[in-house]
Design a protein around this ligand. Structure first.
Ligand code: ZN
Length: 253
């Protein structure tokens, strides 16, 4: 039997923090016992692997190419890196589609995003790891590609339409709650609809959070648990317990 973890932050950009040792200490002091570190390009993916190598059992690595970086990335180089390293990771991520960027208005760029996602999902399917998927303003296309790939997935920070949420849930996937569950109408609607058994919690830190008045840190995931509990009328202890088991099950940690 492993230790009974309290809370897992399921999506953090650890390359955004100068001192992972401090982040780990603050997190553990706050009741956060594990952090999944995602990468958005080769450099940040290497950082996730490096930090996870220093603190195995606390930081868990994921590697990927974020849709913001598809034009800057050499796909064959990224594929080679991910093929080589994904076996040592808990997930492919952060990967996905995002049609909301100014540069993503063109059909060609969107097609390129889908091509990159499709190729990386194929690798994840071969290796047998789940994906942490970004899907802003491209919810249906992202879902279709993930379904076709056969990989398990969490639709991270999902705040898209509720009918697409139901397709995500019907396919057996997870959605994650972020600090936005405290203030965003879209995120709250999603979290009211999604059963707790299909929900993970995360911070996507570091990002500036208006309600906090500062950049987020992984320990802010405790506030996500509290906000989710209040929204759903549940005990925060139960929300922590179930979302932690969900993360353990998806990432096999
Ligand atoms: Zn992210």
């Amino acid at each position: 039997m492993g230790t009974l973890r309290r809370i897992i932050d399921s999506h953090v950009h650890i390359d955004g923090f100068p001192d992972p040792v401090l982040i780990r200490r603050e997190s553990m002091d706050s009741g956060v016992d594990a952090v999944v570190c995602v990468g958005g390009d080769i450099d940040s993916s290497k950082k996730a692997l490096e930090v996870a190598g220093l603190f195995p059992g606390f930081f868990y690595p994921a590697i990927g190419v974020h849709p913001a970086n598809v034009l800057k990335s050499d796909l064959s180089e990224a594929e080679a890196f991910i093929s080589k390293n994904l076996g040592g990771c808990v997930a492919l991520g952060e990967v996905g589609l995002d049609y909301a960027y100014d540069f993503a208005r063109s059909k060609d760029v969107r097609a390129r995003m889908r091509e990159v996602l499709e190729r990386l999902l194929e690798i994840a399917a071969d290796v047998g790891v789940p994906a942490s998927v970004h899907s802003r303003s491209a919810y249906r296309d992202a879902l279709d590609l993930v379904v076709d790939s056969g990989v398990e997935a969490v639709f991270h920070w999902y705040d898209g339409p509720v009918h697409t949420l139901h397709r995500i849930l019907d396919a057996g996937f997870y959605v994650s709650a972020t600090p936005s569950v405290g203030y965003s109408k879209g995120a709250r609607a999603v979290m009211l609809e999604a059963p707790l058994e299909r929900v993970l919690v995360e911070t996507d830190s570091p990002v500036f959070v208006r309600s906090l008045g500062r950049e987020s840190v992984p320990s802010d995931v405790v506030g996500v648990v509290d906000a989710l509990a209040e929204l759903k009328g549940l005990d925060p202890v139960e929300v922590a317990r179930v979302t932690t088991r969900n993360a353990e099950s998806l990432f096999r940690v």
